[in-house]
Design a protein around this ligand. Structure first.
Ligand code: MN
Ligand code: MN
Length: 481
């Protein structure tokens, strides 16, 4: 009897110690949770609705130009007007500025002066792809081809034997610019780059992955029906040009003033039996651009002016007139400041920017390139990156503790699922974003975005929870005081 009592007391004491330890562990240890263990039924419903709209955005926005067109269409429906220099604006007014059809900036005017700074979301809507060369058309062995020049970081072996569509514009000899879109609709033809058959691929198969498909072999098959008789020269090229001329009025010289992009054909699709993923071309970085767009549309009465910029050219270093380095941003925000008699430099000095760009999601199939303790995981929410760059943080903006702390608090206060991440192992490689170009403007900036599987592949994969949490982050950023 006594023995039983003793055991009972010991068990009770042990239980108490255990619960104290649990309490302490709860308080002191950091344990990120899978989003599915935290998501409410109401939020799941909102997430699914958001992701349906996001898929539409992807399907409309297969190129940076198409993204701008669709942003303008959506913004107009939400009461945004085209901004013109010197426009008189009041709190609550909504404007957008289309930068040459390739980049766009949107603003919702806050109730506070621009001298107090603005809340910025910066993303990019260009994605890796194959551009046509200035003189793309040739024929060989009675087949017609387009030569391509890849844009951004592509793994060339991924771009062969997949259906391709062509999108872009051609400025004709008479100065008119005409759109070209072919390969997305069911009834339209598509294009393809061919690969070697395995039966004859013994030598090719021995080459390193990055050398097996050289850039100059990324030639798109576009036709084989000749125009003219057996003895005519260039009759396969001519066969293609005849069709292009009939359809668009194009001559061969017109390719020189064209921007034609070959992108993976097809639409965004739910992926997995449970539909927890979306696979599509161009998540990088349309997944963050759309989060910003929906965030600025839904932001309720921002005190500080909210500004979104979707830059072009990020994938090739943010250069060019439509890239983030371009002073188009100064022109737009500067003109808003002029209207309030504010110095642009004062505005920038007090501003806050989320450089919303994708990060690498931990992939167990390639575990050796990740630091598992510092990776972004699927379904754990928006991935914050203090720094990007490569090696010893080379080329990184490296947000300060205070800036990271500010965003962390904002996300916790707004119940946004988030995680902290590095791209991969320190010396495995690296990457950059527009963050450093915003920081150069004297703007506090931090990277945060959706973790992506197979980044830069013709089809990339993201988790719906992470897309939705990035939207929730951007809405909170635009609404913050
Ligand atoms: Mn990106
Ligand atoms: Mn990228």
């Amino acid at each position: 009897m006594l023995e039983k009592k003793k055991t009972e007391i010991a068990e009770k004491l042990h239980g108490k110690a255990k619960s104290e330890k649990n309490e302490l562990a709860e308080k002191l240890l950091y344990k990120p949770k899978n989003g599915f263990d935290r998501l409410s039924a109401a939020e799941e419903k909102a997430m699914n609705a958001y992701c349906e709209d996001y898929k539409k955005f992807l399907d409309h926005g297969k190129t940076e130009r198409l993204c701008v067109d669709y942003c303008v269409e959506l913004a107009k429906k939400k009461g945004f007007q085209a901004y013109t220099a010197g426009m008189k604006l009041a709190a609550g007014d909504k404007v957008y500025y289309d930068n040459r059809g390739k980049g766009i900036m949107l603003a919702v005017i806050g109730s506070e002066s621009l001298a107090n700074g603005i809340n910025i979301g910066a993303a990019h809507t260009d994605s890796p792809r194959l551009d046509l060369k200035p003189r793309p058309l040739y024929e060989e062995s009675e087949l017609a081809y387009f030569k391509t020049h890849h844009y951004g970081g592509v793994r060339k072996y991924q771009w062969v034997t997949i259906p391709l569509a062509l999108h872009g514009v051609v400025t004709l000899a008479d100065g008119r610019t005409i759109p070209v879109h072919i390969g997305e609709e069911e009834k339209e033809p598509q294009f393809i780059i061919n690969d070697l058959l395995p039966h004859l691929g013994r030598e090719q198969g021995k080459k390193p992955l990055n050398e097996a498909i050289p850039s100059e072999s990324l030639n798109i098959l576009i036709g084989s029906r000749p125009c003219g008789g057996e003895n005519d020269k260039d009759r396969f090229k001519l066969g293609v040009l005849k069709i292009l001329n009939e359809k668009y009025g194009i001559t061969e010289e017109d390719f020189i003033s064209a921007e034609l992009e070959a992108v993976p054909a097809g639409t965004a699709r739910d992926t997995g039996f449970d539909r927890s993923f979306i696979s599509a071309y161009g998540h990088d970085d349309r997944v963050c651009a759309y989060a910003e767009l929906a965030g600025i549309f839904d932001a309720k009465k921002p005190k500080k002016t909210a500004v979104c910029i979707f830059a072009d050219k990020e994938e090739i270093g943010s250069e060019g007139v439509s890239g983030m380095i371009s002073e188009a941003f100064e022109w737009f925000v500067g003109d808003l400041c002029k209207g309030q008699g504010v110095d642009l430099r004062d505005c920038f000095a007090h501003s806050f920017c989320v450089s919303a760009d994708v990060t690498a999601a931990y992939d167990p199939n390639f575990a050796d390139v990740y630091d598992v303790k510092n990776s972004a995981f699927i379904n754990y929410g928006v991935g914050l990156c203090k720094y990007t760059g490569s090696g010893g943080k080379g080329g990184a903006s490296d947000a300060s503790a205070e800036v990271v702390g500010k965003l962390r608090k904002l996300l916790n206060d707004n119940k946004v699922f988030w995680q902290m991440a590095e791209l991969g192992k320190t010396d495995a490689g690296g990457g950059g974003t527009v963050a450093k170009y915003m920081a150069k403007r004297n703007i506090d900036t931090i990277d945060a975005g959706v973790p992506v599987l197979s980044m830069h592949a013709p089809r990339e994969t993201v988790a719906k929870i992470d897309c939705y949490m990035t939207y929730k982050m951007m809405k909170a950023v635009f609404e913050q005081a």
